[in-house]
Design a protein around this ligand. Structure first.
Ligand SMILES: Cc1cc2nc3c(=O)[nH]c(=O)nc-3n(C[C@H](O)[C@H](O)[C@H](O)COP(=O)(O)OP(=O)(O)OC[C@H]3O[C@@H](n4cnc5c(N)ncnc54)[C@H](O)[C@@H]3O)c2cc1C
Ligand code: FES
Length: 403
């Protein structure tokens, strides 16, 4: 009988339409349609990147046809198959993904833009890659680890709806929160809370795989023992590398991060190089404690997950009219929406990532008018400049040139 079982190509990409290599064509059954399909797919797949970047009717039609055969063949979006969904804690899951062969790889600490379609709406969020580049080179697999946020659309979808075999759309890895390839000049201290551990776990694993003699400290906060993400991976690392000192804190028992914890866990923290990731409030406290502990400015590398959807009170009741130059659309605003939200309301599909002023994915060109930064309340003057649309509230007449 004809078998259309999953077959891994040499690149590791899953091709659902190909019969296995050992398969013998049965006598008397015409293989012409299968061969034709195989040929057409190969031709489409090998059209160069330039061709797919020029969006037009032909490209859109071909994309539709390829996706109809298998979403993993998409050329306009990068599809990754979910191979496994692993329980980390009651509120956190790790998704193991197989990116397509054209995905460019990553450095530990970088994040992955992830796109999902939920009830017909396309949503984009960023997730730190929680596996190592060594695993990617060995198995062509990567992982993201997602903690559900109360009322959060995408984090809950990824935790509760996604199953092995599903498709997620991804972008190339981004971000500068990485360890320098040479050894850092000062002792690294990693300070994380909650899901802030996700970029740090692979950073530590990569650091010790290469430099087992290196001294480093991890200070990690979770609400309680059940919510400690990667407890097994951390235990393995700690047992194997005596130069790594790991300190976990449970805020339900010990309270929030403070100077006493930091100094007890790492007495020379004032002269260390700090890698920091966690909720905004946690990061702000750690930074102010570090500044108080040292006479010189502390060296801090940080990754913010951008929970700040907070709106400055002064933003309310600001009348504005925004014109988008490229599309010709015009929208009115009452001060309660960002430029990004207004563009989406106008039917545009601008690029975005964190929606919280972190990743700069939403950068656009303001050609005219004033905008207020909704995180700081600062009003930017009427000049042509690049702005982050997700945190910009238009004030009066504003023009955006490139949307
Ligand atoms: C560079 C980067 C890396 C990230 N890496 C990870 C990661 O490895 N693991 C992970 O779980 N998340 C990570 N995040 C956060 C992630 O992108 C989403 O913001 C998060 O999953 C919430 O999305 P949502 O759609 O569920 O919430 P939304 O529907 O966007 O928001 C719903 C509500 O939750 C609040 N909220 C939104 N985001 C957060 C947050 N991060 N913390 C607390 N409250 C929030 C909002 O204020 C809002 O009221 C990262 C973010 C960035 C920018
Ligand atoms: S979407 Fe990340 S800065 Fe605007």
């Amino acid at each position: 009988m004809y078998s259309c079982s999953l077959n891994l190509t040499t690149s590791g990409e899953k091709m659902k339409i190909y019969p296995s290599a050992s398969y013998q064509e049965p006598a008397g059954i015409s293989m012409l349609p299968v061969r034709l399909l195989r040929l057409v797919t190969a031709v489409f797949k090998n059209l160069d990147e330039q061709f797919w970047r020029r969006r037009g009717l032909i490209q859109d039609w071909l994309e539709l046809a390829l996706c109809g055969i298998d979403p993993l063949l998409s050329r306009q979006r990068m599809a990754a198959e979910v191979l496994q969904v692993l329980n980390e804690t009651p509120e956190t899951k790790t998704l193991v993904l197989r990116p397509p062969s054209r995905w460019k790889g990553f450095t530990e600490g970088q994040y992955l833009p992830v796109e999902v379609d939920i009830n017909g709406v396309r949503m984009r969020r960023c997730y730190s890659i929680s596996s190592t580049s060594q695993q990617f080179r060995r198995e062509s697999l990567i992982s993201i680890t997602v903690k559900q946020v109360a009322g959060g659309v995408v984090s809950n979808f990824l935790n509760h709806q996604v199953r092995a075999g599903d498709i997620l759309y991804i972008g190339d890895a981004e971000g500068k929160f990485t360890l320098d390839s040479s050894l850092p000049g000062r002792k690294p201290v990693f300070i994380a809370a909650g899901s802030g551990i996700t970029p740090m776990m692979p950073m530590l694993e990569a650091l010790y795989a290469e430099h087992p003699e290196f001294a480093a400290t991890l200070i990690y906060y979770a609400r309680n023992r059940q919510e400690l993400i990667f407890s097994e991976r951390l235990k393995r690392l700690e047992q194997r590398y005596t130069q790594l000192s790991v300190h976990t804190h449970f805020t339900e028992e010990e309270g929030r991060v403070n100077k006493t914890h930091l100094l007890r866990d790492c007495p020379d923290i004032g002269s260390s190089e700090v890698y920091l990731c966690g909720p905004e409030q946690f990061m702000a406290t750690v930074k102010s404690e570090l500044c108080a502990l040292s006479d010189v400015a502390p060296q801090i590398h940080q990754e913010s997950f951008g929970s700040a959807h907070s709106m400055s009170a002064e933003c309310q009741d600001i009348e504005a009219s925004v014109s988008f130059g490229l599309s010709g659309k015009v929208v009115q605003s009452g001060g309660d929406k960002s430029l990004l939200e207004l563009a989406e309301l106008a039917g545009l599909q601008p690029k975005f990532g964190c929606r919280g002023g972190v990743c700069h994915e939403c950068t656009c060109v303001k050609t005219h008018g004033r905008v207020m930064n909704r995180l700081t309340g600062e009003v930017l003057p009427d000049e042509q400049e690049y702005i982050q649309a997700c945190i910009a509230i238009p004030v009066g007449e504003v023009s955006i040139g490139n949307w």
